[in-house]
Ligand binder design. Structure first.
Ligand SMILES: C[S@@+](CC[C@H](N)C(=O)[O-])C[C@H]1O[C@@H](n2cnc3c(N)ncnc32)[C@H](O)[C@@H]1O
Length: 235
């Protein structure tokens, strides 16, 4: 099936700001959204306690940055997203919670040039699954690695596949049941059809191996439930 283009993805998220603006519940279609948000930000605080500059990639309305600010106080925040309306909302919400500098960059992460050795923490929440070919994943992981300071951390929370297609099928069946339990069968089918059209997730192993290939010294899984995982690497 032909997947959505970057332009399709941008225009869909332009219209979806409200759904990504709830810090308490996160995304209900994401299993354990709240646990992943807590784990990623707790891990960043534990591993980079003196962080000053952070990057939120695919920031949406800014939930990951807001959660980290609630634990670590004032930080300089760089917010990247394809969607202008998402960035506008994120900037407004983040400005209420930090006295640090806020930089906003609109664009596709494949094309954005990042400064070298600038960030202590990079968070990428539910965004990397929009990457398609393996070369794009490697390009982006290399770019993120290069932009981290030594000792900095990359934190990913995302939709994932399993290694074996049979287990992937098993997990998707359980995810379908989870979606049906919160919104009924039609809702479940709608979410799954949308994933089929728009997303191209990879397994946790694929991403951890790629992190090691591009130079990360330590990789870590923080949480996993069905087709969602939270994991990362330290430079
Ligand atoms: C599912 S939302 C997640 C938002 C936020 N991280 C959260 O967890 O609440 C994904 C966001 O990534 C952005 N995005 C998708 N593809 C992107 C790309 N190639 N470069 C930059 N941002 C992208 C979308 O515009 C959207 O706001």
């Amino acid at each position: 099936m032909k997947k959505s283009s970057v332009e399709d993805i941008r225009s869909r998220f332009d219209k979806d700001v409200e759904r990504f603006s709830n810090l308490d519940t996160g995304q209900v279609a994401t299993v354990d959204a709240v646990i992943s948000l807590e784990m990623i930000t707790d891990a960043a605080k534990a591993l980079q306690p003196n962080a000053k500059k952070i990057l939120d990639l695919g920031c949406g309305a800014g939930n990951y940055t807001l959660k980290l600010l609630s634990k670590m106080g004032n930080l300089d925040c760089t917010l990247i997203d394809l969607s202008g309306p998402m960035l506008e909302r994120a900037k407004q919400r983040v400005a209420e919670k930090t006295l640090g500098k806020i930089e906003v960059i609109q664009g596709d992460i494949r094309e954005i040039e990042l400064p070298k050795e600038k960030f202590d923490v990079i968070m990428a929440g539910a965004v990397l699954h929009h990457l398609r070919e393996e070369e794009e994943w490697e390009l982006v992981f290399t770019k993120l690695y290069d932009s981290l300071n030594q000792g900095g951390g990359l934190y990913i929370s995302d939709l994932i596949l399993q290694e074996s297609p049979r287990i992937t099928d098993l997990v998707w069946d359980k995810y379908r049941a989870y979606l049906a339990s919160i919104g009924g069968n039609d809702y479940a089918e709608k979410v799954l059809a949308y994933i089929e059209l728009e997303d191209s997730p990879r397994s946790i192993n694929f991403q951890l191996n790629l992190m090691q290939k591009v130079g990360f010294t330590t990789t870590e899984v923080f949480h996993k439930n069905l087709c969602f995982g939270a994991f990362g690497g330290i430079k």
